[in-house]
Design a protein around this ligand. Structure first.
Ligand SMILES: *Cc1c(COP(=O)(O)O)cnc(C)c1O
Length: 455
């Protein structure tokens, strides 16, 4: 008799998590506090008030293990959550591996990635606290389109500084943001002091996330009705993403398996943290033995080659200092196509769990990432975002190790988004125009030499 293999583990709508999981109180060692950029003293909530609404600042520093998800936010989540967990059976066959490969698919959100999980929450709390306008930056455009959509749901104005190179390469992402009503400016721009300072030195600057963040922060700092929103890195952003891991834990139970290795790609660390923090919580309690692996591009290797120290989040040095793995705030990453992974720093929380030995990190070259993405697409029918290709490559590598060792192994990874707006990079890959970037040791050394000097 024909037996249908299960490939999809779906949860009903009422299993959308009711809380976000905050790992801070469970950490064996507390996170280093953010410092004031001028005084180098730990920041108080009021120091952040010009940039963020108080409800999000309180989440940023909260020691509550569970933070209730407002019903209005869950109601919007219901459009695509719980997101599906798939077993990649055809990929397993193609690789001829004894490993079982599972992926949590966040590309089902209307913005096409996990970023909407926090965009909706951030827009909700800003609206509640009286914000009228939000300003933000976007690299590849995924964060900008998520925030633009969330702002249109809650009736907020949205201003997006889009890294110049993406602005030129990805007109459809820009059009999507504008369709949701956002105002999009290429960064560096002449609209801010930070942008003008860069343009004075580098009139043809490609821009970077660090520069775009300076511009967006400056706009918020100068206008009492404007707040700033960030799509990754901060504790509250990672917190909002924990719906991913909580659902995955339930879905892996439906599948009757426990992951041996859990993988995510890391730009600022949010999709990785979203999947792995609930598992790391279990690990700390002795209830999970999985290896936790972050995969980053060789061209922008903050976790594997960066220094774990206090640095600025932006190039213009307007943000607080946070302790993180950093390549230096002036580091200009090579123009790889995974725009969302081109950030000089890493979430303090992800940096911290790595430092504690609760997670490990590895790198993937651009061409290997695309080769993995194409193999995945041909087997599973989903074209991953270039960022997510790094997680796919990490999972394939683990599956091949299992094959070489002749061992079953259960692999779970986060497929953070689809690549439908990134087909230009696939065109370039197919045409043989993409190249690997060696780890730019000299440029990183230069940028690290400019780290703020103090202890
Ligand atoms: C933004 C983005 C990333 C990288 O950001 P993280 O905060 O590290 O998750 C990865 N994948 C996709 C699809 C993204 O949009």
């Amino acid at each position: 008799m024909f037996r249908m293999d299960t490939v999809q583990y779906l949860l009903p709508q009422d299993r959308i998590p009711r809380v976000w999981y905050n790992i801070l109180p469970d950490l064996p060692k507390p996170l280093a506090p953010p410092l004031h950029p001028g005084t180098h003293k730990p920041l108080g909530p009021d120091d952040l008030a010009p940039l963020f609404p108080m409800s999000l600042i309180m989440q940023e520093v909260s020691s509550e293990r569970e933070i209730e998800i407002p019903e209005e936010v869950r109601q919007i989540y219901a459009q695509w959550r719980p997101s599906p967990l798939f077993r990649a059976r055809r990929l397993e066959k193609a690789l001829d591996t004894p490993a079982h490969i599972y992926y949590k698919y966040e590309g089902v959100s209307p913005a096409g990635s996990h970023k909407l999980n926090t965009a909706v929450a951030q827009a909700y709390y800003n609206k509640k606290d009286g914000t009228k306008h939000l300003s933000t930056e976007t690299g590849a455009g995924q964060w900008g389109s998520s925030l633009a959509m969330a702002c249109s749901f809650f009736g907020l104005d949205c201003k997006v500084f889009m890294v110049r190179v993406s602005y030129d390469q990805k007109p459809y992402r820009r059009a999507l943001m504008e369709t949701f009503g956002a105002c999009v400016t290429a960064s560096p721009s002449i609209e801010t002091e930070s942008g003008r300072a860069i343009l004075a030195q580098h009139p043809n600057s490609n821009g970077s996330l660090g520069i775009a963040i300076s511009e967006a922060v400056e706009v918020a700092a100068k206008d009492p009705n404007t707040k700033y929103a960030l799509g990754s890195v901060l504790n509250h952003v990672l917190l909002h993403q924990t719906v991913i891991g909580q659902e995955a834990i339930e879905q892996m139970a439906l599948a009757g398996e426990e992951p041996d290795v859990i993988i995510g790609c890391t730009g600022g660390g949010s999709n990785f943290a979203g999947l792995v923090m609930p598992y790391i919580g279990l690990k700390i309690k002795g209830k999970c033995n999985a290896r936790i692996v972050a995969v980053e591009p060789t061209a922008c290797p903050s976790l594997t080659k960066g220094r774990f120290t206090y640095d600025f989040g932006d190039t213009g040095h307007l943000t607080p200092l946070v302790k993180m793995h950093t390549l230096g705030s002036t580091f200009m990453p090579p123009g790889i196509h995974a725009g969302g992974l081109r950030y000089h720093g890493m979430a303090p929380l992800v940096s911290h769990v790595l430092d504690l030995g609760l997670a490990e990190a590895t790198t993937v070259q651009q061409l290997d990432a695309f080769a993995a993405g194409v193999q995945f697409a041909q087997a599973e029918g989903i074209v991953p975002a270039p960022e997510a290709n790094h997680a796919v490559a990490g999972a394939i590598k683990e599956a091949l190790v299992a094959k070489a060792e002749g061992k079953q192994r259960t692999i779970l990874f986060n497929l953070s988004g689809h690549g439908h707006f990134d087909m230009q990079s696939y065109i370039a890959y197919q045409a043989g125009q993409l190249e690997n970037y060696e780890y730019p040791a000299e440029e990183i050394a230069m940028a690290l030499a400019g780290l703020p000097a103090f202890e």
